[in-house]
Design a protein around this ligand. Structure first.
Ligand code: SF4
Ligand code: SF4
Ligand code: SF4
Length: 254
């Protein structure tokens, strides 16, 4: 089995300089970085942003889930989990159905709303670099080590060690250890994760497994109604969220 890689983002070490944001733009040939980068949002032109929550900076980017819901719903396997950990997508295969946007528990994939042949976009954990033994562009650019690249095992050990050695400095959990089955991006924070705007009520089981377990247990006729209603609720909620993101994207092009 290939060694899995990931990123550890330590909120307590981040100074909000935005070097990670700029490095990602340059590495991926994306639209110019904004000077007021704290106002930028994820889009087809931006794969990572920095948010200020009362003086605590948090990066937003794909979490590279261990068992990604985005990949499980893609009808043509345009999104895949690589053996090294990054979750990547093939823009040539993507048919723009947006199922991945609705399935992602972290609300990450973005869409080319103004293209005639739209595809989705997101952080790929710099897979081209990682598979060649290099670290990600954002980790390389970070002057404080707040964004740290390494093997997933090393990063998990390091995160737990930091909490054990400095219990007063950290909220006593590592975000990403169990959320929706775990992720290859881990986060350490001085405050609870909901105070940073992170999804904090996610199940510990990967969403694709939950869906499968539910389908296995529910008798087809009895279950159809509740699965339909739950599905409609989830889809309506996500449609509202995606509509907000579309409005953001339109603002981005003005
Ligand atoms: S965070 Fe969302 S887009 Fe990224 S791997 Fe997980 S489900 Fe997919
Ligand atoms: S890992 Fe690469 S693609 Fe992802 S945010 Fe960092 S620089 Fe951007
Ligand atoms: S480069 Fe490092 S210190 Fe600067 S904003 Fe990004 S994570 Fe924070």
């Amino acid at each position: 089995m290939a060694t899995q890689y990931g990123l550890l983002f330590d909120v307590t070490e981040c100074v909000g300089c935005g070097e990670c944001y700029t490095a990602c733009k340059v590495k991926n040939g994306l639209k110019e970085p904004k000077e007021d980068f704290l106002t930028d949002h994820l889009s087809q032109h931006t794969y990572t942003v920095l948010e200020d929550h009362d003086g605590n900076y948090i990066r937003r980017m794909c979490m590279h889930c261990a068992d990604p819901a985005c990949a499980s719903v893609c009808p043509i396997a345009a999104i895949v989990k690589t053996p090294e950990g990054p979750v990547v997508y093939d823009g040539d295969k993507c048919m723009g159905c947006r199922y991945c946007m609705q399935a992602c528990p972290h609300h990450i994939p973005r869409y080319e709303w103004h293209s005639n042949t739209p595809v989705i976009h997101k952080c790929t954990m710099c897979y081209d670099r990682v598979k060649n033994g290099e670290q990600t562009a954002c980790a390389e650019a970070c002057p404080t080590g707040a964004t740290l690249f390494g093997t997933l095992d090393e990063l998990k050990t390091e995160a737990k060690k930091r909490i054990a050695e400095n219990p007063d400095k950290y909220y006593p959990e590592v975000y990403g250890m169990t959320e929706a089955g775990g992720t290859n991006v881990l986060i350490l924070s001085p405050v609870s994760f909901d105070q940073l705007g992170l999804a904090s009520n996610l199940p510990k089981t990967a969403l694709p497994q939950l869906t499968q377990q539910a389908l296995d247990k529910i008798p087809a006729v009895v279950g159809a109604g509740s699965v339909f209603l739950t599905g409609m609720y989830w889809l309506t909620k996500r449609k509202n969220q995606i509509s907000k993101e579309k409005n953001h994207a339109e603002g981005d092009l003005k």
